[in-house]
Every structure is written in structure tokens, then in C-alpha cells.
Design a protein around this ligand. Structure first.
Ligand SMILES: [Zn+2]
Length: 279
């Protein structure tokens, strides 16, 4: 599943362009093609298609795992969920398209420049919202991990309010926005905290160490353009730097003991039983 680092990478590429694709900023939407209607969560499909037409992309940002296109009169929010990706395709062709350019391209924004932004999603759980009130969707999210207002002390107070195991708590988007399975396992290893450790038992020093670890693994992830694993997202290199995630039975980089895999809150969890004690 694309997490903060992967969504941030996609947002940066769309905003700046890369060697193959132009920037999306300033591009005018001249139409849409929708091949999987459920992808458009809000508004009704016909309203979506007429309302978005002739709007220009002015800004691209990210909040948690949401990617946000700021248009002239509305915001377009994407959530990639399990396997979504946003890809620029070029073709000088009639629109709307009769067929998608590639398998699993479910929604296209067509631009005046003959570029087409495809929402590609094998598993079909990804969604988009066109809304004038993005806060109604985004205000359920907890703070951004890099928010300067999120100090060690604030984070310590947040952890203390809950009596939950660290792994599921960090995955909870209303507690902290942007973390998924990969970065949670990596951050807990960096901080040497057991994934089942109860959040209200952490000292202020533990909380500080955990926040630094979260920021460190996210920064590394972004530096390597995110992690490419299975079908979910391609183009990143952070998978080559995993310390524990999907490293079951490999030696722990710190102590050499085999990395363990367990299931916590229905999520596969990787950790070192020696380095990450539950106390
Ligand atoms: Zn270890």
C-alpha cells in the first residue's frame, strides 16, 4: 500500500514533472474518461465530469496518504488505498476514450496538452473526491509526522492518552497521518520499541526516540522515492534499505538474531525480539 513517502513522491513528480512527463501545474482539464465508476466517490459521476471540465491544476500537495490537486473552483482528492498509482500518459487522440490505454487505468483526466492523468489501480479500492470542502474529508486525520508543532512533548502526551499497542495505534490515521505497515515496522525497530508495547507505558524519552525514528524512516523513504513492493507502487528504491520489514528470518542488522514475523491487529508485523523488548 502506498504510504506517506510513496504519495509524497508521486505528488512531487506530478508537480515538477520528470524526464518523461511535464509538470501538471497550469494544465487545463478538457475532459474525463471513467472506466470504473466506483472510483469516483464524490460527487455523482455526471456532476463530477461536468464540474471538473475547464478547470486548471494550480497546486499539488499531500495530507497523510491523500494526494490533493488544487483546481480553480474545487479540490480533487485521491486516495490510492491498496494498489493505486497516478501515471501521466501521452496521446493525441479523441476524448473521451473508448478504451483505456493500459489495463487497470480506471479514471483519466484529459488535458489540453494531450497528456492524460491515469488513475491506475489493480485492486480497485482507490477513490477520488471532487469537493469544495476538503476539510470534511481531511479533518479526521491526525497530525502530519513532519509538522513542527508535533514536538516530542506533544507526541508523548498523545501516546499517554491512549492505552493501545504501538503498531495498531501508529497505523490509525486519526492518531497520526501517513504511516502504513512498512514505515511503522521500520520506525519501531529504529526506536527499539516492541510493536505490542502499550502507548501509555512509554517514557518521554521513548516518545522522543519514536518520533525521531518515524521522521528518519520517512525521510529515508522519500529520499529513495518510496518503496516498490509487489504490485503496489513502482519506481522507488527504499525496499533495498528495509531493516526488518519483510526480512523474516534474516539476521537483525543490530544484533544478528533472526527477524520475527507476527500478526498484530490483523497486520503482518516484523521486529527483532531481542532489540525490541516489550518493556
Ligand atoms: Zn536485534
Amino acid at each position: 500500500m502506498p504510504e506517506l513517502a510513496e504519495v509524497e513522491t508521486i505528488a512531487r513528480i506530478l508537480a515538477k514533472g520528470d524526464v518523461q512527463t511535464p509538470s501538471l501545474i497550469g494544465q487545463k482539464i478538457v475532459g474525463t474518461s471513467v472506466f470504473w465508476k466506483k472510483t469516483v466517490a464524490e460527487p455523482e459521476l455526471e456532476t463530477f465530469q461536468s464540474a471538473i471540465k475547464n478547470q486548471t491544476v494550480n497546486k499539488i500537495s499531500r495530507r497523510g496518504k491523500f494526494l490533493i490537486l488544487e483546481l480553480d473552483h474545487a479540490f480533487l482528492l485521491y486516495h490510492l488505498r491498496m494498489s493505486g498509482d497516478l501515471k501521466m500518459r501521452y496521446a493525441n487522440t479523441a476524448i473521451p476514450l473508448a478504451y483505456p490505454f493500459y489495463a487497470h487505468d480506471h479514471v483519466y483526466l484529459h488535458f489540453e496538452s494531450h497528456w492524460h492523468l491515469a488513475f491506475n489501480d489493480t485492486r480497485k479500492f482507490g477513490r477520488l473526491w471532487l469537493t469544495q470542502y476538503p476539510q470534511t474529508i481531511l479533518n479526521k486525520l491526525g497530525p502530519e509526522p513532519f509538522d513542527p508543532k508535533l514536538t516530542g512533548t506533544v507526541f508523548f502526551e498523545m501516546l499517554k492518552k491512549h492505552k493501545r499497542q504501538l503498531k495498531p495505534l501508529l497505523l490509525d490515521q486519526s492518531f497520526l497521518a501517513g504511516l502504513g505497515n512498512i514505515y511503522t515496522d521500520e520506525a519501531l525497530f529504529q526506536a527499539q520499541l516492541h510493536p505490542k508495547r502499550l502507548s501509555n507505558t512509554l517514557t518521554e524519552e521513548d516518545a522522543n526516540r519514536l518520533l525521531r525514528a518515524i521522521r528518519k524512516v520517512l525521510r529515508l523513504g522519500i529520499e529513495h522515492n518510496g518503496a516498490s513492493i509487489d504490485w503496489a507502487y513502482k519506481g522507488g528504491g527504499f525496499q533495498n534499505y528495509f531493516q526488518v520489514y519483510q526480512q523474516t528470518d534474516n539476521p537483525c542488522p543490530r544484533c544478528g538474531q533472526p527477524i520475527q514475523r507476527t500478526v498484530i491487529g490483523q497486520r503482518g508485523t516484523h521486529y527483532c525480539a531481542y532489540c525490541q523488548k516489550n518493556y
